[in-house]
Design a protein around this ligand. Structure first.
Ligand SMILES: C[S@@+](CC[C@H](N)C(=O)[O-])C[C@H]1O[C@@H](n2cnc3c(N)ncnc32)[C@H](O)[C@@H]1O
Ligand code: SF4
Length: 387
């Protein structure tokens, strides 16, 4: 099957936070004074223009299917600046009708009235970094908000008419009990968001928590929390569709689904990653932007804004595809593997057979899907597709 151009999304990185959290390894920087928000939006637009110029034909006739403002803390940017970016981006690239536009929000950064502005700007989905509803845990995680403030922020978005809301929760927190994890899920469900992301807290290298590890629940306890929370979420109408993602019917995140299905995306902003399929050359190219906000601002729109680029080598394509697709509970049609990687399915036939023998993959000749056992040992399953 020939390589086909997949859907194209737009990721926009906003690199500042009020304060760096001790567990976080995202490209985020605690603010000192007032960051140059307006100049950053100008740099984003120059970046977009330069990417359009660089990628030229590979972007032709490909509307943007979703936009995601990620961070850092995008909600530090005033609605007027988000509106300016979206208006200008739409003038440069067509957006599909009903394009999903998500903005990540720290509940500690949103004063009254902010959400009306985001909605008017074209944002139609808000993702809140809640993490926990236990005030002691929030303190331990270095968060800048209380549980009451988090609940008020979610209600204020709902009152403004934003009807598509995700809450990020983390579990396996320092000294957390199973009951504590379930209580966080219950408080999240009580707010009736359309989507809940439920991440296991990871000790990431080069973070304060990696240098001074807090006492975390062991692997078996963490697994028990994941299973109990998954069941509680299912009872409340949130179906798991990816390792960490749960949604009400019809409310899966289009932007993340595109990543997991090995779609394409432009990455605009400091440290943002992009992936683009060039059907004319048969290459799948990854490109990322320089990480530090100051360097990025200085390089606005110039070649120096590019941190690096690399075509995905043919012998890594199958692994890269699985790294994304096998996270999806329902899996993907095997035909998609061929269309999005340009590789024949025969190339992975032996590995598929081994995965099925081990009970990691369902025995379906047309679909690629993990069994519950495969989900538990997902890293091994994905690793089996390494060159
Ligand atoms: C960019 S942040 C979301 C928005 C905003 N920055 C905030 O934290 O409120 C993305 C999410 O990743 C998750 N996350 C960050 N660091 C993590 C870690 N070390 N382990 C697990 N999840 C993590 C958190 O749930 C966080 O809300
Ligand atoms: S607010 Fe979010 S992005 Fe910023 S440091 Fe904390 S978890 Fe990371």
């Amino acid at each position: 099957m020939p390589l086909l151009a997949p859907p194209l999304a737009l990721y926009v990185h906003m690199p500042w936070c009020v304060k760096k959290c001790p567990y976080c390894d995202f490209n985020s920087h605690g603010v000192r004074g007032e960051p140059p928000y307006a100049a950053y939006v100008d740099a984003l637009l120059s970046d977009l223009d330069a990417d359009r110029h660089d990628f030229g034909g590979a972007l032709q006739d490909r509307p943007i299917v979703s936009v995601f403002f990620g961070g850092g803390t995008p909600s530090l940017f005033a609605p007027e600046l988000i509106a300016r970016f979206l208006d200008e981006a739409r003038a440069r690239l067509p957006f599909v009708d009903a394009c999903e536009v998500t903005l990540e929000t720290n509940p500690g950064t949103v004063e009254h009235g902010r959400f009306d502005g985001y909605l008017a700007a074209g944002v139609n989905r808000i993702s809140f970094g809640i993490q926990s509803f236990d005030d002691d845990k929030l303190k331990r995680l270095g968060r800048i908000h209380s549980s009451t403030e988090a609940e008020a922020a979610v209600k204020s978005a709902q009152d403004a008419g934003i009807d598509n809301i995700n809450l990020d929760l983390m579990y396996a927190l320092p000294q957390q009990t199973l009951l504590g994890a379930l209580n966080d899920v219950d408080r999240a469900v009580a707010l009736q968001p359309t989507h809940i992301s439920h991440y296991q807290l990871m000790l990431e290298p080069n973070t304060v928590f990696a240098a001074h590890p807090p006492p975390l629940p062991d692997d078996d306890t963490a697994w028990a929390m994941q299973e109990a929370c998954e069941a509680r979420l299912a009872e409340a109408g949130y179906a798991q569709y990816e390792i960490s993602a749960y949604a009400q019917a019809g409310r899966r995140c289009a932007h993340n689904l595109n990543y997991w299905r090995f779609g394409d995306y432009l990455g605009i902003g400091a440290g943002a990653h992009g992936k683009l399929t060039d059907t004319s050359t048969g290459d799948i190219v990854r490109r990322w932007k320089t990480r530090h906000p100051n360097t990025y601002l200085e390089a606005a729109g110039k070649p120096a804004r590019i941190g690096g680029h690399a075509a995905v080598p043919a012998d890594e394509l199958a692994f890269e595809y699985m790294l994304n697709a096998l996270r999806l509970i329902e899996g993907v049609p095997l035909d998609d593997f061929a269309a999005r990687t340009g590789l024949p399915v025969e190339q992975i036939a032996a590995r598929l057979a081994t995965g099925r023998q081990k009970g990691w993959l369902e025995n379906d000749p047309r679909y690629l899907r993990t069994t519950p056992l495969g989900q538990r040992f997902l890293n091994d399953v994905i690793g089996s597709f390494l060159a």
